[in-house]
Ligand binder design. Structure first.
Ligand code: SF4
Length: 315
């Protein structure tokens, strides 16, 4: 499997480059290391600041956001803008990004914003870090998360599913594109049934477009599939579709038991992977080859599946 390319804030498990010379520990990032290709960036150090240094903050001044030193108020806005201008965003070819939360440079949301330097209370609204905003603007259709939000199981599962599916997409010819679409059928259906149907028509290529043109259009829709997290109701729809493959071969007790489990899932009393594991045992028993190949059963390596949920962050 091709490894997803992920741009990551360098201070997360890669370097002691925070303003106070520390590094952020992250079990999740440690676990990901063998499975993804990390590209690191520390905008503050790479634009010329030292380690350690004074902490920075965002201030709102006459309708603009500026990046200044928290105590002395020295303005680094232009330096950061120049760094962003020179940063090779175009050439990164990433599948997603993990940034440090709440940082005035890297935070993707909830960054405290002030009226000035010094001892003043934070303003009522929060902002986005300067580098994070540039990244979000450039890669508006890619998954960009912060390490805080990724402690939430639903957000993490969505992020991992997105980056590994995007990384898997590398068809070399029309046959491989058809295969990709077929193996991802239920995953795409769960996330975005409308796009899944459109993508089917793109693969059918009734207009006889070149393979490269078809591949490019397909990838745009693939990225669109993951813009929103999967809704439990859509998961249920997909489960019922797959259940139809062998429900007639099951006993009435088995059928009723499974329908009861689906109900529990709907009521948030059973996790989706438990429902899928039961389903997969029948796929093996009845040897349904088409379903065995479906990526929805393992959208990312099982070594990084972890149901732990901080419950802190919400989508
Ligand atoms: S949050 Fe971003 S700018 Fe700050 S230390 Fe980490 S990588 Fe560097």
């Amino acid at each position: 499997m091709m490894k997803p390319k992920i741009l990551i804030s360098k201070c997360i498990e890669h370097c002691q480059c925070r303003y106070d010379g520390t590094m952020i520990k992250s079990d999740f990032v440690q676990m990901l290391k063998p499975f993804v290709e990390f590209i690191t960036v520390c905008p503050e150090v790479e634009m010329g600041l030292s380690i350690p240094r004074q902490s920075l903050r965002l201030i709102y001044h006459e309708g603009n956001i500026q990046l200044i030193e928290s105590i002395d108020g020295q303005d680094h806005t232009e330096k950061m803008n120049a760094f962003i201008r020179d940063f090779p965003l175009e050439q990164l070819n990433i599948h997603g990004s993990i940034l440090k939360n709440r940082s005035p440079s890297c935070g993707i949301s909830s960054v405290k914003t002030y009226s000035s330097h010094g001892k003043v209370p934070a303003l009522a609204f929060k902002s986005v870090g300067m580098f994070a905003r540039a990244l979000q603007n450039h890669y508006e259709d890619l998954p960009i998360e912060d390490e805080g939000r990724l402690s939430n199981y639903v957000i993490r599962d969505h992020f991992l599913t997105s980056i590994f599916t995007l990384a898997r997409f590398n068809p070399l010819n029309h046959h491989e594109l058809v295969e990709f679409h077929s193996q991802n059928k239920y995953l795409l259906m769960a996330y975005h049934q409308k796009n899944q149907k459109i993508m089917g028509r793109i693969v059918a290529n009734h207009e006889n477009l070149s393979f490269e043109a078809v591949k490019k259009t397909y990838y745009i829709y693939l990225k669109g599939v993951f813009l929103e997290p999967v809704h439990p109701g859509k998961n249920e729809n997909v489960i019922l579709h797959m259940f139809g493959y062998f429900s007639q071969q099951l006993s009435i007790e088995e059928r009723n038991f499974y329908l009861e489990q689906i109900k529990l899932y709907r009521q948030h009393k059973l996790p989706f992977p438990a429902l899928m594991a039961m389903m997969y045992s029948w796929i093996i028993r009845f040897d349904v080859e088409y379903l065995k190949q479906q990526t929805i059963f393992e959208p990312y390596p099982k070594e990084i599946l972890n149901l732990r949920d901080s419950g802190k962050e919400r989508i």
